[in-house]
Design a protein. Structure first.
Length: 128
């Protein structure tokens, strides 16, 4: 079963993990998610050496060990659409797609969180 979560701000500053109904999710309820809260809150982007520039570029990280089993995907970008301070980022965290279905997983997440996609000042563009 495919699942998508959003990490970031919804209506006000404050980065949280949200489900598709825009309810806060406790990290302890998602034991299988491979990233910790501090990794979601800028560390993934910094680890990829992505400069803190809001340019719509979305970077991805995959997590899985067996090629014929579903993977977790993180799709992360710098985002000032709600929180205007530096180091503000957003991310989609998606489970249930195979290792070669990155674009499909990204499009699934976009459909789960249309309000996040629509509020972006620059359209989101998945990077290779």
């Amino acid at each position: 079963m495919n699942k998508a979560y959003y990490f970031g701000c919804i209506l006000s500053p404050g980065h949280f993990l949200w489900d598709k109904e825009l309810r806060k999710v406790r990290y302890t309820d998602l034991l299988s998610i491979p990233w910790k809260e501090n990794e979601m809150d800028t560390a993934l982007l910094k680890g990829l050496s992505v400069k803190d520039v809001c340019d719509g570029k979305v970077f991805s990280v995959a997590h899985g060990s067996i090629l014929d089993a579903p993977f977790w995907f993180a799709f992360v970008w710098w985002d000032r659409s709600v929180d205007h301070r530096g180091n503000s980022n957003s991310g989609f965290y998606v489970y249930g797609f195979m290792h070669n279905e990155k674009k499909k997983a990204f499009n699934f997440a976009r459909k789960q969180f249309p309000s996040v996609v629509d509020r972006q000042l620059i359209p989101l563009e998945l990077q290779p």
